[in-house]
Design a protein around this ligand. Structure first.
Ligand code: NAP
Length: 450
């Protein structure tokens, strides 16, 4: 794989890159099937990704006609990396078993190890015989929507496809590796003004936020609307805040520390709630929610922006959903894509129906939505929210940081590239503003040095 890196860094042509043989094995981060019960009896927070994630060489899979091999320059940690590595809510090997039964190409995925990772930037190093729009040498980012385009259910909105999967979570050969196999319809052009690591962290969270907020498939935010954003400096929230500001709207960001509140202000979000400092406790015991706390929360929002929010951007789940349904305005929308704190949800249905609110579900993004979001990043209208980078060997440590909410924004992972490489349009980077591009990174460095 080092030959690929040297060729890419020396500006070799696609033809030269194509002449380099694909290695029989490559370095990858994976979990093992025979270790899925290693955390049995432990609480979630005690399950340690540093114990379950291994980084070693694995065999290179064969390439299907509609796929490409990508030399991965950088990747990122997503919350699904955490779920896979703590084997919650279920070990991901069940997904691989089912994919293995679907087709001869699906069978390749059904292995005793699962190479994880659902984001990445890199260079196409080989194309399958049916690939038309991409060629060897193309610099790309990869989105994680894995669909079978010969399935009719995939052709209105591919997120509705019966066999839609998330690459590197519900499929094998994910992005946390030096080489990956993706379908050609997962590729998008790499933003020219970003480093490999800045490019690698966006596709999953940014596209998810785009579909949740902007797309007609979900909340369909209009210009000037107000949006309550939980985890507003987290992976999803950091992009959601930027999308709301781009739409002339008012984000109300919820975070859990003064440092995160400061970062939100820097990002341009003025209405901020520090849920820890203000001690919001929506459950008075594990079985009872405290409606008084919902009301205190609603009042707090109104005290800042003068009204209830049009949209609630929801993902913490059990801990917050009751408050989210309460906080949305009459006729407002709660859009949800996750349930980090628990998926058995409770809310007071009277607040939903009497005030004609709606709850809308959302999940990742179709190719068109992911492409639209990538274009906003390429134009410099949305910035990457990379706050720190780790080596591929440290994936377990990086996942542990996210598991325990010790991070801001996104954590990048260096695969083949060295930090700072990959920018091909420095003039554009300077025009967009290096300070803006590196805001999360600089904030994290400042905290580390304080
Ligand atoms: P993240 O980077 O960890 O950010 C989530 C933020 O949510 C945290 O930083 C935290 O912010 C806040 N949070 C966590 N627990 C909370 C609680 N009990 N109450 C209130 N706030 C809480 O994660 P992410 O990448 O944004 O992902 C968030 C969730 O969405 C995960 O469950 C992930 O699996 C899911 N997800 C789903 C999709 C999809 O396509 N369906 C895509 C991406 C992610 P503060 O501590 O600052 O408040």
């Amino acid at each position: 794989m080092q030959d690929f890196l040297e060729a890419i860094n020396s500006g070799a042509s696609g033809e030269d890159i194509a002449a380099i043989p694909i290695p029989e094995s490559f370095r990858a981060a994976f979990v093992k099937r025979d270790e899925t019960d290693m955390f049995e009896g432990l609480e979630s927070w005690e399950k340690d990704p540093r114990k379950s994630v291994h980084v070693e060489d694995v065999a290179t899979p064969e390439l299907a006609p509609d796929e490409v091999y990508v030399a991965v320059m950088a990747s990122s940690i997503n919350f699904n990396t955490v779920w896979t590595s703590i084997f919650e809510p279920l070990p991901t090997f069940g997904f691989l078993d089912r994919l293995g039964k679907e087709s001869v190409w699906g069978k390749r995925h059904d292995l005793d190890y699962h190479v994880i990772g659902s984001d990445g930037s890199g260079v196409v190093v080989q194309t399958g015989s049916a690939v038309r729009n991409w060629k060897v040498g193309d610099r790309v980012v990869m989105h994680c929507n894995h669909v079978d385009d010969q399935d009719p259910s995939a052709h209105n909105d591919s997120m509705q496809a019966a066999n839609q999967r998330i690459w590197g979570f519900e499929t094998n050969f994910g992005g946390l590796a030096d080489l990956t196999v993706v379908k050609a319809n997962q590729l998008m052009p790499k933003p020219t003004h970003l480093t490999w690591e800045e490019s690698a962290v966006n596709a999953l969270c940014a596209s998810t936020s785009y579909r949740m907020l902007v797309s007609d498939n979900s909340a369909s935010m209009k210009q000037g609307q107000s949006v309550l954003i939980w985890g507003a400096t987290g992976g999803l929230g950091g992009y959601a805040v930027q999308l709301v500001l781009n739409g002339g709207g008012t984000p109300v960001g919820v975070v859990s520390s003064p440092e995160k509140a400061e970062l939100l202000n820097q990002l341009g979000c003025e209405a901020v709630i520090d849920r820890k400092a203000e001690d919001f406790q929506f459950w008075s015991d594990p079985h009872t929610q405290d409606e008084g706390e919902w009301r205190r929360f609603g009042k707090r929002i109104r005290s800042m922006i003068g009204e209830d929010v049009d949209i609630v951007f929801e993902h913490p789940g059990r801990q917050t959903m009751g408050a989210s349904v309460f906080a949305a305005k009459r006729g407002g929308t709660v859009v949800t894509c996750a349930a980090t704190s628990g998926y058995m949800i409770e809310y007071d249905n009277r607040h939903l129906w009497m005030k004609l609110k709606r709850i809308v579900s959302s999940h990742f993004a179709n190719y068109e939505e992911a492409w639209a979001m990538n274009k906003l990043i390429d134009q410099g209208a949305i910035q990457p929210i990379l706050s720190a980078v780790y080596d591929l060997d440290q994936v377990g440590e990086a996942a542990n940081q996210v598991h325990h909410n010790l991070h801001e924004g996104k954590l990048g992972v260096m695969c083949l590239a060295n930090e700072g490489e990959g920018i091909t349009d420095m003039e554009k980077r300077e025009r967009i503003g290096v300070e803006k591009i590196e805001m999360f990174r600089n904030h994290a460095s400042k905290l580390e040095n304080a």
